[in-house]
Every structure is written in C-alpha cells, then in structure tokens.
Design a protein. Sequence first.
Length: 143
Amino acid sequence: MEKDKVFNVPDFDESEVAFLTSGEPTRDCPEDYPDEYPEDCTDSCKTVDDFLKLTDEMVNTINSLEEEVVRWCQVLIKYLPQRWAEGLRQDIFNGLSRDFVGEPAYDLYVELKRGYDPHQSKEHIDRLYRLADGIDDTSVTNL
C-alpha cells in the first residue's frame, strides 16, 4: 500500500512544488515580499509601542519562569542525598536567563518602557533569594 493512500496526502500543484524545490517564493504569497507593504511601519509609534509591550510581557514571563525554577529546585533539595542537595543548593541560580544589558534593543526597551532593568530589580532578586531559602510566601512549602 502506498503511503499517500494510507495518509491521504494530497498532490501539490506545480507552483507549490516549484516553490518547495527551488526555495523561491511564489507570486501569490504577498507576505514573501516585504518591500511591497502598503506603508512603512518601522517608525510607527504604534509599532514601536507594540514591540515594547511584547518585550515587557516576555521579560515578565522570563522572570516568572526563573522564580518557578528556583521554587522547585528548593523543594527538590529536601529529597536529595545530602551531598547532592548541597551541590544543588550551590547551583540553584545557575542556568537562569542571561543578562541582556548591553544589547541595543534591550537597552532601548529599558530606557523607553521601564527606566530600570526588570531582571535586575531589587524586588525580583529579593524574591529569588527568598525562594531559594524556602521562606517566600509563594514557596511550595508555604502553599
């Protein structure tokens, strides 16, 4: 039995096959031609504001995920042999997100949206240390 009959794979028309094999975009896909957009959105305040909002959401998500990693590492420490627990306790902050200071786009975000680096804020750093010690209100042992 042929695989096309088993999986019901449709045949491609010639223009799609040409695109897939040549890597060249087909003329019926306007998103493949960014120079043909009706307006330049690079300097649009709405576009810049949308990117700042998106970056803000992404930074908040990264901070939340960092906190979650530290929270669960702290819980895991209680169930590990002493030697491994001590190693995890020493490495609890290892592998968290990198510092973005010095990246031009991130520096612009900090300047325009926040005025401070949210990854290095006192509130975030203090919460990470409280989570590592298991004494934060949101620590798993306190829930």
